[in-house]
Design a protein around this ligand. Structure first.
Ligand code: A3P
Length: 287
């Protein structure tokens, strides 16, 4: 049976997160050397993480081929991830971790640190589409019964991690800070080479042409789909029903056009216009 959510301050979270989010926010110590992957779920988190991992290993694929994503960059708000990060030994190099937390729940010490964080954004219509197909197979989340139902939940913010509109508004307030980079899923599609170069520059790791080629080769859709360390096929059956969903599903931009009805498209546009008021629209390549 599907799990329901854990509600904190009116936001639905997956039940696998730490018991006390406030404690995580107030007591987790972010270090200046940390590298943090941030996103609203289904924005291309795993793609970004693969790029960060391969930049760190200078294009050598052995790390991404031998260690699953959640061990390379544990989920800070997850029960196991939180423990893994706390136990990280400094001699192993910088800590990498991932979070889907809305900004108001993120460890406060980050905001006074030099830790580098990259936030990936994606057309919310494609996030709905990707999410619908993914959450159907996840046993830790309340599964939608129909696309229309999930569409309505998304607009109401009754989906895991709450409202996309609030998430993006919160994190984009960090835009322009030296230790915060925003990248878009659509940019990775349009110019993966340029976007990888931007990320490597941000991380202070200039790659040789050969290293860059290897990063590009190993972050292609097909290579990632076949990499069992990155495609979630290693997630236990108790968490994911692999017959119902795949993480690396279609990997395109604009798939929403194959699934939204005209009425959904119009409803979405109306809500989008209202909720995005005042945000830096030039940051959104899907517009
Ligand atoms: P789709 O469901 O639209 O295919 P997240 O990691 O945040 O859960 O995001 C998952 C989405 O990123 C999925 O979108 C997945 O296919 C896509 N993705 C992952 N790796 C990709 C890659 N190398 N190229 C293109 N899309 C990728």
């Amino acid at each position: 049976m599907d799990a329901d959510y854990k509600w904190v301050d009116g936001i639905p979270f997956p039940t696998l997160i730490v018991e006390n989010l406030e404690l995580l926010r107030d007591e987790f110590v972010v270090k200046d050397e940390d590298v943090i992957t941030l996103s609203y779920p289904k924005s291309g988190t795993t793609w970004l993480l693969e790029i960060i991992s391969l930049i760190h290993s200078r294009g050598d694929p052995s790390w991404v081929q031998s260690v699953v994503t959640w061990d390379r960059s544990p989920w800070v708000e997850g029960v196991d991830g939180y423990e893994a990060i706390r136990k990280h030994r400094p001699e192993k190099g910088p800590r990498f971790y991932t979070s889907h937390l809305p900004i108001q729940f993120f460890p406060r010490s980050f905001f006074n640190s030099k830790a580098k964080a990259i936030y990936i954004i994606r057309n919310p219509r494609d996030i709905i589409t990707s999410g619908y197909f993914f959450w159907k197979g996840m046993k830790i989340i309340k599964s939608p019964e129909s696309f229309e139902q999930f569409f309505q939940w998304f607009l109401q913010g009754n989906v895991t991690y709450g409202s996309w509109f609030d998430h993006i508004r919160g994190w984009l307030s960090m835009r322009g800070k030296d230790n915060f980079l925003v990248v878009a899923y659509e940019d990775l599609h349009q110019d993966r080479r340029g976007t990888v170069e931007l990320i490597s520059q941000f991380l202070g790791c200039k790659l040789t042409p050969e290293e860059l080629s290897s990063v590009l080769k190993n972050t292609s859709f097909q290579v990632m789909k076949d990499n069992k360390m990155s495609n979630f096929s290693q997630l236990p059956d108790t968490i994911m029903d692999h017959s119902k969903a795949q993480l690396i599903r279609k990997g395109i931009t604009g798939d929403w056009k194959n699934h939204f009805t005209l009425a959904q498209s119009e409803t979405f546009d109306k809500v989008y216009e209202e909720k995005m008021a005042g945000l830096p629209r030039e940051a959104f390549p899907w517009e």
